[in-house]
Design a protein around this ligand. Structure first.
Ligand code: HEM
Length: 174
C-alpha cells in the first residue's frame, strides 16, 4: 500500500485553499523562532527555546498545525503540540484544537481580525496522572507583525497562579 499522504498531489503547497480558511492564510507556512522564544511564569526561571511551526492545509476548510519546541543549546525536544484550526464559515469565529505531549488536550475559541487571531480556552482535558500545578485556562494571540513575522503569545492560569504570560515567540518564515 502507498502511504496515504501520497494520495495528496505532489509539491509543497497542497491544492486549492478552501475560501473558508482565507482569513487565516497569513498563518500558513513553515516558521522558525527568531530570536529564540522567551518563557516566563511567576514560578519559573525565565527560559529560552527554539520552536518550529508548520501550518498547512490539504484543501479542507481548516488548517493543520504543529509546534515543536527544542532546547536552545542542546536541541533536545521539549514541548510539542499539534492540531487543527477551524473557522466558522462567513464569520470571524475560530476554533483551535490541540493535543500536547504533556498530556493535555484543549479547545480554544476566539476571533480573527485582520492579521491577528485571539483565542481563549473553552475546555482543557488532562491525563489522570498529570503533575500539579494543572493548567486551568489558556489564552493565545497570533499576529503577523509589520515585518512579516508571525508572533505567538501564550498566557495561562494554573491551580496556583492567576492568568500570566508563559510564552512569547516571533517566527521567521523559512
Ligand atoms: C512549565 C503549561 C508550552 C516550556 C509549565 C507549567 C505549566 C505549563 C502548567 C508548570 C508551571 C508551574 O510549575 O507553575 C504549558 C502550556 C503550554 C506550554 C499549557 C502550551 C499551551 C510550553 C512551551 C515550552 C514550555 C512551548 C517551550 C519549551 C516550559 C518549561 C517549564 C514549563 C521549560 C518549566 C519546567 C517544566 O515544568 O518542564 N508549562 N506550557 N512550555 N513550560 Fe510550559
Amino acid at each position: 500500500l502507498p502511504h496515504l499522504s501520497s494520495l495528496l498531489p505532489p509539491g509543497r503547497e497542497p491544492p486549492r485553499m478552501s475560501p473558508v480558511v482565507e482569513p487565516l492564510s497569513w498563518m500558513l507556512g513553515t516558521w522558525l523562532s527568531e530570536p529564540p522564544g522567551a518563557g516566563t511564569f511567576p514560578t519559573l526561571q525565565p527560559f529560552r527555546y527554539l520552536e518550529e511551526a508548520h501550518i498547512s492545509h490539504v484543501g479542507q476548510p481548516m488548517l493543520n498545525f504543529s509546534f515543536s519546541a527544542f532546547h536552545p543549546d542542546t536541541h533536545k525536544p521539549m514541548h510539542r503540540e499539534c492540531g487543527f484550526i477551524r473557522l466558522e464559515p462567513d464569520t470571524n469565529k475560530v476554533a483551535f484544537v490541540s493535543a500536547q505531549n504533556t498530556g493535555i488536550v484543549e479547545v480554544e475559541e476566539g476571533e480573527v481580525n485582520g492579521q491577528e487571531l485571539c483565542i481563549a480556552s473553552h475546555s482543557i482535558a488532562r491525563i489522570s496522572f498529570a503533575k500539579e500545578p494543572h493548567v486551568e485556562q489558556i489564552t493565545r494571540k497570533f499576529r503577523l507583525n509589520s515585518e512579516g513575522k508571525l508572533e505567538q503569545t501564550v498566557s495561562m492560569a494554573t491551580t496556583t497562579q492567576p492568568m500570566t504570560q508563559h510564552l512569547h515567540v516571533t517566527y521567521k518564515k523559512v
